[in-house]
Design a protein around this ligand. Sequence first.
Ligand SMILES: [Zn+2]
Length: 248
Amino acid sequence: MQIEDIADGIHLVQGSAVNWIIVSDADGVTLIDAGYPGDHADVVASLRAVGHSLDDLRMILVTHAHVDHVGGIPALLERVPVPVRTSFEEARHARREYLQQATPALVARNIWRPGAAAWAAHVLARGGTRAVVVPTATGAADREPLAAPGAPVPFVVAGHTTGHTCYLLAEGKVVVTGDALCTGHMLSRRTGPQLLPAFFDHERDRAVASAETVLAGTGATIALPGHGPSYHGPIADAVAAALGGKPR
Ligand SMILES: [Zn+2]
């Protein structure tokens, strides 16, 4: 686990295979994503490492309801029953009214990729094949600041999942990109801005279009991805670099 101090009250935690973000102010902590089911102890430890405890948690936000991002939520809610918010569409996904996630068969067809065997072993070890449901997830209006520590502003960047949600922090200077834009992954040999391997995206073309229009249009200068380290520079440059790399 690696913790990056990004800005006032904003920390990017790189877990063993996925990131989460801790946003804090005088009112407490907002947690954005929560890792795999097996990352629970790391999530709690990361809160402690930045001077907080579970009791400070006020809200959990979700970028998208894949198991590596919501897996840690049920165990957290058992201890602190805080609200869980994301876009209206992704809230349906988190409640498992439907599932848009790479199936085991699809993953198996991609096992030839460099790093895939190690990644698959890791997914298993962290409980990544467990069925995770967040029945209390509710929707939040697009582009309206949430009444939560750090006042994150949600906005939909569709494609990776239909309701995939990014968040603006620090008056728009920082954008939490989730899996709409990453900077590394166990299945990637590239470093720097990139899209994930296409088989992870529910709709690849839509993910590309949303990155180019919605994400690049935010004007943020720091990006906090779902996988990989933080990116510092104009978000439009990050998107251009990701798409110019001809991801497949
Ligand atoms: Zn992910």
